[in-house]
Design a protein around this ligand. Structure first.
Ligand SMILES: *Cc1c(COP(=O)(O)O)cnc(C)c1O
Length: 383
């Protein structure tokens, strides 16, 4: 059998150790050091957001976002069921209820009309998940948020360097969270960033980030002592993590270009299967510039998917499915509420399969995945 093709392999730029050595030599280990500053500056430049705070995770960034949105017990946050659990846990730890809504089956992104219908008296926030770096309909979501005075939070975990109409994903809503987990395009092992786009939230974001203290005001010389002033936590990332991350961010454009090239090859390779009605390929709405984070296919049924994954595995090719719908999960049933029918979520989550995609995936492997996929899908269609 040919070499196994993993689903993901984290990218390494080669300058990680150099930067780590510099951080150690400077004896700057905790958060707030040179590398922290440089990562945050890089992220401000890349996204156009006025404030970027790097974190130990996108989950941390989402938790801070829910604090900034002022969620309290009894409040609700409207979000897609097709997403990652921690946007829901971030609301739940504020005592609020996640309210799950359906997706648009063409993009797998939240359906704005379902969001509008789910907004009620107790709604305080909307979470938009941009699946695979392809933008939600932000114009419509921004209008809904404005009309009801809600905080719009982007779970842009997948989205470094992805755009919609020239605007970076994560920089469009009031707040945005991007992940640098090992499974994402660039990584610091665990890591993330909170983008604070609403300038009125900047001061409080800094306090919440700094363990509920006014340390940043103190460092700027604006107050003469530093003390506890608000809710908060230790959301920051260490300067060591930042050193590793900067080495990755500096290679992010190259990583994105390579991933997009593989994505494009897959997309062309499956055009015919889609024309024959055997699969659904990802849609990219006008104005959307994705970052090659995910390549997926929607197969005819959950049964076909199970056999498909097994067949590719037998050829050494790892494929995976994505998002167990939150409303169906034990946590979702215990802490969440369903707004209306989630038919599209259940349907798509049952049929979606993700193909191997990482910056170092060589051409030969890409062709092997395409050939194996075509054969399996065609044979399975014959029954
Ligand atoms: C990866 C991911 C997260 C969590 O990111 P962490 O940095 O691991 O906390 C949140 N939302 C989505 C959509 C993700 O894919």
């Amino acid at each position: 059998m040919s070499d196994p093709i993993p689903f993901n392999r984290p990218f390494v730029s080669g300058s990680e150790l150099t930067y780590l050595e510099q951080a150690i030599a400077a004896r700057e280990l905790a958060g707030g050091g040179q590398f922290t500053q440089r990562c945050q500056e890089w992220l401000r430049q890349a996204t156009g957001s006025p404030l970027a705070l790097i974190s130990h995770s996108a989950t941390g960034a989402l938790e801070a976002a829910m604090m900034l949105a002022g969620l309290e017990p009894g409040d609700e946050a409207v979000m897609p069921s097709f997403g990652y659990p921690t946007m829901a846990t971030a609301a739940v730890r504020q005592g609020a209820t996640p309210v799950f809504v359906d997706i648009d089956p063409a993009t797998l992104n939240v359906d704005p009309e379902q969001v509008a219908a789910a907004v009620g008296e107790r709604t305080k926030a909307i979470v938009a998940v941009h699946y695979g770096g392809v933008a939600c309909d932000m114009e419509r979501l921004e209008a809904i948020a404005e009309q009801h005075d809600l905080t719009l939070i982007e779970d842009a975990a997948h989205c470094l360097l992805a755009e919609q109409d020239g605007r970076a994903l994560g920089s469009i809503g009031d707040l945005g969270a991007i992940s640098f987990h090992e499974t994402k395009n660039v990584t610091s092992g665990e890591g993330g960033v909170l983008l604070v786009n609403d300038r009125e939230l900047m001061e409080r974001a800094q306090v919440i980030w700094d363990k509920g203290t006014n340390r940043s005001q103190f460092l700027r010389g604006e107050v003469d002592r530093y003390t506890w002033v608000d809710v908060g936590s230790s959301f920051g990332a260490s300067n060591l993590t930042a050193a590793f991350l900067l080495a990755q961010l500096e290679a992010a454009a190259e990583v994105t270009a390579r991933r997009r090239a593989i994505w494009d090859r897959y997309h062309a390779g499956f055009e015919e299967l889609e024309r024959e009605g055997l699969v659904q390929r990802p849609a990219t709405p006008p104005g959307s510039l994705h970052n090659g984070h995910v390549y997926y296919l929607v197969l005819p049924s959950v049964e076909v998917r199970a056999v498909f994954i097994e067949r590719l595995r037998a050829q050494g090719i790892a494929t995976v499915f994505h998002f167990v719908p939150l409303h169906d999960s034990p946590g979702g049933q215990r802490f969440g509420r369903v707004a209306a029918s989630l038919d599209h979520t259940e349907e798509m989550a049952g049929r979606l399969v993700r193909l191997p995609l990482f910056a170092d995936l060589d051409e030969e492997s890409v062709e092997r995945v395409i050939a194996a996929t075509r054969t399996a899908v065609t044979e399975l269609a014959k029954g």
